[in-house]
Design a protein. Structure first.
Length: 320
């Protein structure tokens, strides 16, 4: 058994030679070496808003078979009449709405998407650069992708639990987004999904997530806390780069609500993936079990409070 004590510099050399990143202008704020750990982390303790009852469909006016009459935003309504009224009879019927698979209302100054729930077979919803504050998507149970890029007033998005991926650029530059629920069924988080979400303060990554792509959390400058419930699953997430990991800004990892300082890797882990604990300044010690044989690129990059690390003889490969 090899033990390294009070050798942060050595740990950096072993685990962090090279960041695997050749993108320009992507330098996250460095941790403040004297930063105090928060006594009461800003963990979302309120009930998941997605658990609230799903609202009924808004009524169509005058008992008409025209889903557009349920809408309260003239720009959204006009888009639907212009693009989804297939037979050009001046209305969008339930039958026509059922046939719609994609809606793109980008740059239309839309403030409300009331009535979207009538499009029951909608798979892709694109709503870039609009001033809406909230989006209710839970009635669209066939939805597989949504994008709210540059929706700078957006505060709340509720989406169906049937989704398995947060799309590329889903919340890119949504600078007013303070919180978002990532369902347990989400497997992948796409490139730049939360890029520039500067008001996001904490995030919970469920055990179901297996990959986080690209520069997902770059620019999330107010992130302070990352919450997980399974250390072993966290070790196996495939992070594309340092900026895929929310710890690049948050620095603090919480396991079941408790700040992780003395990290014990579970015996079920055989490989610690690249960037798994990069910038995790809450760590003071790390114990790696004999089950681990491989440690990925920059897995413990810049763990600035680290004073002790135990590396077993079983480790035969350290990427750098």
């Amino acid at each position: 058994m090899k033990k390294l004590f009070a050798l942060f510099a050595t740990a950096t050399m072993i685990f962090a030679v090279g960041c695997g990143d050749n993108r320009e202008d992507v330098n996250p704020d460095k941790p403040n070496q004297g930063q105090e750990q928060p006594d009461k982390p800003d963990q979302p303790n309120a009930p998941d808003p997605n658990e609230h009852p799903i609202p009924d469909l808004p009524p169509m006016k005058n008992n008409s078979d025209d889903v557009c009459t349920s809408m309260n935003d003239i720009n959204f309504m006009n888009y639907c009449y212009e693009n989804l009224d297939v037979n050009k009879d001046g209305k969008v019927t339930r039958t026509e709405a059922d046939a719609v698979r994609k809606i793109d209302i980008s740059n239309l100054d839309v403030t409300s998407i009331q009535g979207l729930g009538y499009f029951t077979n909608l798979e892709t919803f694109i709503c870039e650069n609009n001033p809406l504050r909230e989006a209710e998507l839970r009635l669209n149970t066939k939805l597989t992708s949504f994008v709210f890029k540059d929706c700078k007033n957006l505060e709340t998005v509720l989406y169906p639990k049937s989704m398995t991926k947060i799309a590329d650029n889903a919340f890119y530059n949504c600078t007013n987004l303070k919180s978002i629920t990532i369902h347990k069924g989400i497997i992948a988080i796409g490139d730049s999904a939360f890029y520039g979400c500067s008001r996001l303060t904490s995030i919970t990554i469920p055990d179901s997530v297996t990959s986080i792509d690209g520069y997902t959390f770059q620019g999330c400058s107010n992130l302070t806390s990352v919450y997980i419930t399974d250390i072993a699953k966290w070790c196996t997430i495939k992070f594309y780069s340092i900026y895929s990991n929310p710890l690049c800004h948050a620095y603090n990892l919480y396991f079941n609500g408790v700040l992780v300082t003395d990290l014990v890797i579970p015996d079920s882990v055989t490989k610690i993936e690249s960037f798994a604990f990069c910038y995790c300044s809450s760590l003071t010690s790390i114990n790696i079990p004999n089950s681990v044989t491989k440690i990925g690129l920059s897995a413990f990059y810049d763990c600035s409070s680290l004073t002790s690390i135990t590396i077993p003889d079983s480790v035969t490969s350290v990427s750098y």
